[in-house]
Design a protein around this ligand. Sequence first.
Ligand SMILES: Nc1nc2c(c(=O)[nH]1)N[C@H]1C(S)=C(S)[C@@H](COP(=O)(O)O)O[C@H]1N2
Ligand SMILES: [Mo]
Length: 263
Amino acid sequence: MKIFKAPRFDGIDGDAVLIEARRQIARHVNLPARRAFLQRSLTLGGLSLLTGCSISDNEQVEAALSRISRFNDKVQGLIFDPNQLAPTYPDSMITRPFPFNAYYGEDEVRQVDEQAWRLEVTGLVSDRRQWNLADLRAMQQYDQVTRHICVEGWSAIGKWGGVRFGDFLRRVGADLSAKYVGFKCADDYYTSIDMATALHPQTLMAITYDGAPLPPKYGFPMKLRMPTKLGYKNPKHIRAIFVTNTYPGGYWEDQGYNWFGGS
Ligand SMILES: Nc1nc2c(c(=O)[nH]1)N[C@H]1C(S)=C(S)[C@@H](COP(=O)(O)O)O[C@H]1N2
Ligand SMILES: [Mo]
């Protein structure tokens, strides 16, 4: 990390900056020890030390906070254990009814036509043919009951079934050393994930919910379900998947949510 100038505070509400920084750190960093440390001892000086930036104006503060977030992406990427499984639960613990969430209300849920739907697969893959739902159903299926955690303050246990994303990526000849997999959805949602999480054994292309075809509100015809990531990283109504080394961002990520988004 770079040596920093002593922070100047003119025109800046230092307390507000620290509250925001603590909020972002608490939201983005899931290591309890790290959180406790940062929450107890973070000062404006500490923040500028952490970010290598002088906390002198709003633009710099924004930049500093976004650097904390990108720094956290790296930390989370480094500590991510590709073999560590998220907890699973018995069917009796499924939350009923399972909550709906999107950046719009339930009355605006996208209705995707099964016959017309094609999944586009592009970028660093050797087989760019489009997929339909029957192709996905023909692959080995897995079921899992896991907890979905939304940063808006709720969590719920649900049961999703479908294709292991790692199986799919190998089938299409994806470059497994690429950095990112990006997703475009039938609404205006989009997001992207790191390759290690894409290949995690619990990362599913979910085409069922609770043993039935995925209902429209939960992302028909297909969503990516990752119990190792927060809710907003789990795209519903996926229409295109691309493998890339160029950072693709995401709908909430581009508005300040942490990109790695581990849970
Ligand atoms: N296409 C799409 N995917 C999305 C969203 C969205 O608005 N559109 N919202 C995300 C958020 S913030 C959450 S918490 C979950 C909600 O999924 P659920 O409706 O299955 O609970 O979907 C995620 N994936
Ligand atoms: Mo969410």
